[in-house]
Design a protein around this ligand. Structure first.
Ligand code: SUG
Length: 496
């Protein structure tokens, strides 16, 4: 294991350092200063407009369980029907959000969805009271009850595609909620996500919200998990990379069907008003999909002028990296750091198992970058040795923070899956619905709320328990008070 250094000093407006701290190393997931409630609007390169990257994390819901529902998702298959711990899952997510805040990075929360979603089961012919619907579904079609109870909206990287105002023709932030049509349990998220994003990014002067793409497999869209952005600085005009798995008409020849369609990626780039020569469309390697890379964010992560990518990510291999570099360097007039991990460094199955590439690569307010990786990366010798070499190398990554999000990992969701990145200018940030932005105090409140309402053990049989539905709805009702979003959930608007 590598050397360990103390966590860096807190960054706030009052003690914003002017030079990079020289602390390079691994850090424990601990928060030294609980007063970290302010963040700095930053630009790591002062020739560009200031902007922040907001991380909008999905909060795990009270019915978190292991349904084995994820297509081509090895962890979800492996943990199918194991006993889950919704309380631990939600607290792990909140602890990660707290870490981001302590680093001076703005953080917001995407609330869990109404689950079990009884109206979705009614649509499939289950009738009677809510309790009867749950009992009949459990008896006749337990997989449907599991899908209607999934808290998969926690993986906010799949909530939408996002293009910051610096990249778009009209200078507004553009958002397209993902239709998630590849899997029924995930497609159930889209209406709520669309409504929620509409409420927190309401001001048309700053935000342009598109409806989800048509709900057809030809336009299958899984959002920002298949989108990366490279830019000299968050506030500068960037190059957006869209990664697709399937051609519109092609049927998958591989073991697992590809989820993102090319037509969807192209439509999102078009809708967001991106200049064509600043867009790179890339095909995922079908071999990687078959090895469990069901989204691009399982094999690559980008931040500002750095791309961390596995050799096996793209169908075109080295040629894809060449295209990315030349597009970026021509358009952004700056050089790009590509950190390519070879098969010899970390074999693809180990990359999938440890979710190294599902780390969050974030810019620190004082300069430099931090990698927030799954604890599983620290616990694997080969990956942790590679991370040591990363820290020692000539690149902006100066800190590695292993975080435990095990409950989510067991369903195939690492740190990066849990968050949607939204780059915002200062006025756009000010125009957002403020109560979803987290401070340590708001995080305390959410932790108390989780401890009050969430069970610490859930089996598949528990999903049919009408008491679980009541507990969950009661919890969500209270949450809308905390986040100041009245009548957010369908059950609050009707008798359903
Ligand atoms: O779509 N898992 C999710 C995980 C999504 C991860 N997101 C990113 N890579 N961005 C999925 O496969 C499993 C649910 C279950 O099995 O209960 C699930 O839906």
């Amino acid at each position: 294991m590598s050397h360990r250094l103390p966590a860096p000093a807190l960054l706030s407006e009052s003690n914003y350092p002017t030079t990079n701290p020289k602390l390079v190393g691994w850090y424990d997931q601990q928060i030294l200063n609980e007063k970290a409630s302010r963040f700095v609007l930053m630009t790591t390169n002062r020739q560009f407009p200031a902007a922040v990257e907001l991380n909008l994390d999905g909060l795990v819901g009270p019915t978190h369980h292991y349904g084995g529902l994820g297509l081509g998702n090895l962890a979800s298959q492996k943990h199918r029907h194991q006993v889950s711990n919704p309380r631990a899952a939600a607290l792990e997510g909140l602890a990660k959000m707290r870490l981001l805040i302590s680093l001076g990075i703005p953080q917001a929360v995407l609330p869990p969805q109404q689950r079990p979603l009884v109206p979705a089961l009614r649509q499939l012919g289950f009738g009677g009271t809510d309790a009867t619907v749950l009992a009949a579904a459990a008896e006749e079609a337990p997989a449907l009850l599991s899908a209607a109870s999934s808290t998969s909206s926690m993986w906010a990287a799949n909530a939408a595609s996002v293009s910051p105002g610096a990249d778009t023709a009209d200078g507004r932030l553009h958002l397209t909620p993902a239709n998630l049509v590849s899997q029924w349990h995930r497609s159930l998220e889209t209406p709520f996500t669309t409504q929620f994003l509409g409420r927190i990014f309401a001001d048309p002067e700053h935000f342009c919200r598109h409806p989800p793409l048509p709900a057809a497999i030809a336009f299958a869209d899984e959002g920002a998990a298949n989108q990366m952005r490279l830019a000299p600085s968050h506030g500068a005009t960037g190059t957006e990379l869209f990664v697709y798995g399937r051609e519109p008409e092609a049927r998958s020849a591989g073991r697992y069907p590809a989820r993102q369609s090319r037509a969807a990626s192209k439509a999102v780039a078009r809708l967001h008003g991106l200049t064509q020569d600043r867009v790179v469309l890339l095909q995922q390697s079908p071999q990687a999909i078959d090895a469990g890379v069901f989204h691009n964010d399982v094999i690559a992560v980008a931040n500002e002028n750095v791309l961390l990518v596995h050799q096996q990510a793209f169908a075109e291999g080295q040629a894809a990296l060449h295209t990315i570099r030349s597009c970026y360097e021509t358009n952004c007039g700056a050089s790009l750091t590509i950190i390519e991990v070879t098969e010899e460094d970390i074999p693809l199955p180990l990359a999938v198992e440890t979710y190294l590439f599902n780390s969050q690569l974030v810019s620190l307010p004082a300069g430099g970058m931090a990698l927030i990786c799954p604890a599983e990366c620290r616990d694997n010798q080969l990956v942790s040795d590679w991370l040591d070499r990363l820290l020692a190398g000539d690149n902006p990554v100066q800190a590695v923070y292993p975080v435990s999000v095990r409950q989510s990992m067991q369903n195939g969701g690492g740190p990066a899956c849990l968050r949607l990145r939204v780059v915002l200018s200062e006025p756009a940030l000010a125009a957002m619905h403020e109560p979803v932005l987290l401070s340590p105090r708001r995080l305390d409140r959410l932790e108390t709320w989780v401890n009050q309402h969430y069970r610490d053990r859930l089996t598949m049989a528990d999903l049919a328990d009408p008491a679980l539905l009541e507990e969950s709805y009661r919890a969500l009702d209270e949450l809308t008070g905390i986040l100041e979003l009245p009548a957010l959930y369908p059950f609050q608007r009707s008798s359903q």
